[in-house]
Ligand binder design. Structure first.
Ligand code: XIL
Length: 356
């Protein structure tokens, strides 16, 4: 496996660091290396982000270093979700998310909040909540406003509601819709805006690249928000995609989102290669090349939308070993631009090429 790698390596006998480019296999012997000051985000025309896990940030210096060097936007993979922040009715747990705020502030990174409202990742107390609709409304509002207020001035933007629609464009059944009715989604945006009028508010979902019914439903929602003056500033497209996704599908999603006039965030990008869920799959050079080509195409297409709408592209975690895809798909995969050792894969180079 050939990987593109630019490193600064510190030899124990050397008096100074030496920068060089090496092409090698993962078994290629090399001195102890750290990632050089060259960086993805500095080479890109719009912000480049990654979602991160807090325990890796705390315990894996290599991971943290790659995040610091390569990305200028960060999303908490899980630490700002309802269950993480608000595990019991009267208990908020800020420590992990605050750790990330601290990292972002010390390193000049933009922090994107994910997510104020979702049907998943809820604590048991919410799923079992037995109040009437007024109690539900207060609970929804309290959560959103307590969280947004806590991070006010620290979090630039929020995924306010995540995955409200099914793939066929109907509204997904959830405890929120069941107890509050479908228009609760508009109130989520209003509550968030009241708590931090400066925060950019996104609707986030997946499937824009394969479901025109879902795109249409999202477009209608955005139009109705605009007509009703409900604050919304951006559309987040997760883009958990496969390496066989066509150019046409990529363009359909990105062009549709751009046509809303809102900011567009590719918010959770990963490109999986194990379509047939082969156990024990080997990641071949051919797969790496095809995956890189898809990353290039996503970036190239995104780069063509108006600059003012380019909120950025965020990959869903950093290295292949960090990805949620194997557990989601129930099969091994290699979906990210860095390998398990945080070496840059062909996809990394392709992202830079797509941004040119
Ligand atoms: C995933 C995380 O990556 C996992 O660690 C967690 O167990 C479940 O959630 N869509 C989203 C993300 O909006 O929040 C999900 O993240 C992936 C799919």
């Amino acid at each position: 496996m050939i990987y593109f790698l630019m490193t600064v390596c510190f030899f124990s006998t050397a008096v100074s660091a030496m920068a060089f480019v090496s092409f090698g296999t993962s078994s290629f012997p090399r001195p102890q290396c750290t990632v050089a000051d060259s960086s993805l985000y500095q080479l890109m025309p719009f912000p480049m982000g990654a979602s991160v896990g807090i325990s890796r940030m705390k315990n894996n210096a290599r991971y943290t270093e790659v995040v610091r060097k390569e990305f200028n936007s960060i999303t908490a993979e899980n630490a700002m979700k309802f269950r993480a922040l608000h595990p019991a009715e009267n208990t908020y747990q800020w420590a992990d998310a605050d750790f990330l705020v601290d990292f972002a502030q010390k390193n000049g990174k933009r922090l994107h909040g994910h997510t104020l409202n979702w049907y998943q990742y809820l604590p048991a107390w919410v799923n079992n909540f037995s109040g009437d609709s007024i109690a539900w409304e207060n609970m929804l509002k309290d959560h959103i406003q307590t969280v947004v207020t806590h991070f006010k001035g620290k979090v630039t933007s929020w995924d306010v509601v995540n995955e409200y629609f099914n793939d066929d464009g109907t509204i997904r059944p959830s405890v929120w819709v069941k107890n509050l009715g479908p228009d609760y989604i508009a109130r989520c945006f209003q509550y968030a805006h009241e708590a931090d009028p400066a925060a950019l508010l996104f609707y986030n979902d997946y499937g824009h690249e394969y479901s025109s019914a879902k795109r249409t439903a999202i477009g209608k929602l955005i139009n109705s928000f605009k007509e009703r003056k409900i604050p919304i500033h951006g559309i987040g497209m997760q883009f958990h995609m496969t390496y066989t996704l066509t150019d046409a599908n990529i363009s359909a999603a990105i062009d549709f989102a751009a046509a809303t006039g809102l900011k567009v965030h590719i918010s959770e990008l990963d490109v999986r290669v194990n379509n047939n869920k082969v156990q024990g799959l080997t990641f071949t050079d051919a797969m790496a090349a095809q995956q890189a080509d898809r990353y290039r195409q996503v970036v190239k297409t995104y780069n063509a939308i108006p600059k003012s709408q380019q909120f950025g592209i965020t990959t869903w975690n950093v290295g292949d070993a960090d990805s949620w895809v194997p557990s989601w798909q129930g099969a091994p995969d290699y979906p990210l631009p860095f390998d398990a050792n945080y070496l840059r894969k062909p996809a990394y180079k392709a992202i830079i090429e797509g941004g040119k």
